[in-house]
Structures are given as structure tokens and as C-alpha cells.
Design a binder for this molecule. Structure first.
Ligand code: GLN
Length: 326
């Protein structure tokens, strides 16, 4: 039987269907395009041609079959391809970070809307891949954004994303990095004009900081921000076992587990954010669909005003905002 792209697609679809993958056909097509570095137009024109008997094509077939095999073990497709699109930007991901969700775009869009034309100093706590903070830097043009996480492995992913997206956005600017080797780990990336004028207005800076919540900004290293954003772990521990295998077995527990009632990190954030905010500073937290009331209550108890809940595209509660007036 002749081997065609269509036959490969069918073969992959069958394999994934047998493994109980809901969108088997779509996933197989996506992996086929990835292995053959091709797209829909090429596929539609050549799907019934026999694939060429060349080394590069044989390698693509083998890559495709290996990717299908991995996907059939419920490895998330983004871990196989190594990236995920978020806010129209391409973010690298691996098993050390949560895969950026479309729901989280609600948070980024709200901050961009509230701060349009302004330049707030931003902290993204529990940054993971960096998708929230890096999007705000790139799309909002906010010139001083800090990405903090307890996980050094996650910060390495965030650093790669910050570097690559800054480079792509401010080309032909230069990305300079100042690294501190002391503990806790810290890295400053700044994009400025190639003639060394980055000290002038217009410089874009992203700082990465190893931090257990606010630990890197306390004890003599105090800093204040205008906006603190966070998508902390918020799934109640007991619910984690019920999640899809892709999430439960392949995404980092550290980024998901919000302890017994899922609210552990919000309690800490509500109590501590005020100390790190400038007067009038605002927090934006991503929340689970059923946590709007509880997290709003926590913020109000800790002195936040103008507390409100925003919905994501499917209409579920997804973001809570609150402002520290004093
Ligand atoms: N929204 C993610 C999920 O449902 C969880 C994100 C988080 O805990 N911060 O898998």
C-alpha cells in the first residue's frame, strides 16, 4: 500500500482514538504538520501523493509516529511540540510550567485595558512560563516587569520566553542580561537601542527573580509595584486526582495544588500584597470558576477596595481585581 500524508493522518487518528483522546483527528493532523513542517494548503494539495523515498521524509515519518506514540500516552500536545500560543505570542513550555490557558488571556486583557496608555511597574508572582508578565511587557509596552517564581526550572522557561519575545518585538534592539549569581537567583533583561542608549527613556526591562511568594522582595530588598498579577495554584488537592491525565500526570503539581480548599495562596496573597503595592496599586488574580466570592471576600477583609470579578470567554468567573487605596 502506498504511504501518503492522508494514510499517515488516518493511522495517527486511529491510534489516538484507541487511547481515548477526544480530539484524535485534530491532534494527529497537528502532529503531522509539525513533523513534516507543513501546513493545510500543502496538505490539501499533496495528501494523496506517495511520500518520497528520501532520508528527510523517512525521518519525518519516524518523528510523526514517535509523536503519536507519546500523545497516545496522554502527554499534552504542547509538551510534544514544546510550545503554546498565548495572546498571539508563541511561548515555549515544558513539564516544569503550566501550559498557558486561553482563560488566562482574560486577566492579561483586563490589565491591558485598565492601564492603556500608562506604564505601571508590574510584578507577576508564580509566573511559570512567564506568559502573563511577558505578554504585558510586550503588548502593553510596560517597561518594568518582574517575573517571580519559587521554581528555578520554571524561571529558566520564563527567561527563554522573555529573551526570545523581547528580541522579536524590539528588533533591532539588543537584549542585555545582568545576572546575579547570589541566592536567591535573579536576572535582569533589558532591551535598548543597539548604540548603547538603553539607559534613556524607552528601555524595556524584564527582571526574573527566584522567590517564595514575596521572599525576594522582603528583608532589605523591599520593592513596591503598581500592579501585582498572579495565577497561583488553586485546584483543591482532592480535585487534582479527577483532572484529565494530561494535566494530572504531566503538568507540575506545584503549579496546580491550592491545598485543601484551593484558597491557600489567595489567603497569603490577600494578606501580603498590600505591603508591596504603591498607593492605589491593584491586584489581579486568576481564580477557579467557583472561587469568585471567596477570593473577593479575602481581598475585602484585607483592605482592598473596588473588588470585582471578571468572566472568561465561556462566561465563567476567572479573574478577581482589587485596589489598595492607602
Ligand atoms: N486553570 C488550570 C486548570 O484548570 C489551573 C491553574 C492553576 O491552578 N493556577 O488546570
Amino acid at each position: 500500500m502506498k504511504l501518503t500524508l492522508q494514510a499517515l493522518w488516518n493511522e495517527g487518528t486511529e491510534r489516538l482514538t484507541l487511547s481515548g483522546i477526544g480530539e484524535a483527528e485534530l491532534d494527529a493532523k497537528y502532529l503531522l504538520f509539525e513533523a513534516f513542517h507543513t501546513d493545510m494548503v500543502h496538505f490539501l494539495m499533496h495528501r494523496n501523493d506517495e511520500v518520497k523515498d528520501e532520508d528527510s521524509v523517512k525521518r519525518a515519518v519516524a518523528d510523526y509516529r514517535a509523536m503519536i506514540e507519546k500523545r497516545s500516552e496522554r502527554v499534552p500536545i504542547q509538551h510534544i511540540t514544546g510550545s503554546r500560543e498565548f495572546m498571539g505570542l508563541e511561548f515555549s513550555v515544558n513539564e516544569h510550567v503550566l501550559i498557558p490557558r486561553q482563560d488566562t488571556e482574560t486577566l492579561v486583557e483586563q490589565v491591558l485595558k485598565d492601564y492603556k496608555g500608562r506604564n505601571p511597574v508590574v510584578l507577576d508572582l508564580c509566573t511559570g512560563s512567564g506568559c502573563i508578565g511577558v505578554s504585558l511587557s510586550i503588548l502593553g509596552g510596560f517597561s518594568d516587569v518582574t517575573l517571580a517564581d519559587i521554581s528555578l526550572e520554571a524561571l529558566q522557561v520564563a527567561e527563554k520566553n522573555a529573551r526570545e519575545l523581547m528580541q522579536a518585538r524590539w528588533n533591532p534592539v539588543r537584549v542585555t542580561a545582568e545576572r546575579s549569581e547570589e541566592k536567591p537567583w535573579r536576572l535582569e533583561l533589558s532591551a535598548g537601542l543597539a548604540d548603547g542608549t538603553e539607559k534613556k527613556a524607552g528601555v524595556q526591562k524584564i527582571t526574573l527573580a527566584e522567590s517564595d511568594l514575596f521572599s525576594a522582595f522582603a528583608g532589605g530588598r523591599e520593592r513596591r509595584f503598581d500592579v501585582i498579577v498572579s495565577n497561583p495554584p488553586y485546584i483543591p488537592s482532592s480535585v487534582i486526582e479527577e483532572l484529565e491525565p494530561e494535566v494530572r500526570d504531566h503538568e507540575p503539581r506545584l503549579a496546580l495544588d491550592g491545598r485543601s480548599d484551593g484558597l491557600y495562596f489567595y489567603r497569603l496573597l490577600a494578606a501580603e500584597c498590600g505591603r508591596y503595592l504603591n498607593p492605589g496599586g491593584t491586584v489581579y488574580f486568576e481564580i477557579g470558576y467557583d472561587q469568585g466570592q471567596a477570593v473577593s471576600g479575602l481581598l475585602q477583609e484585607d483592605g482592598f477596595r473596588g473588588v470585582c470579578v471578571y468572566q472568561d470567554a465561556p462566561g465563567l468567573d476567572r479573574v478577581v481585581r482589587g485596589t489598595m487605596v492607602l
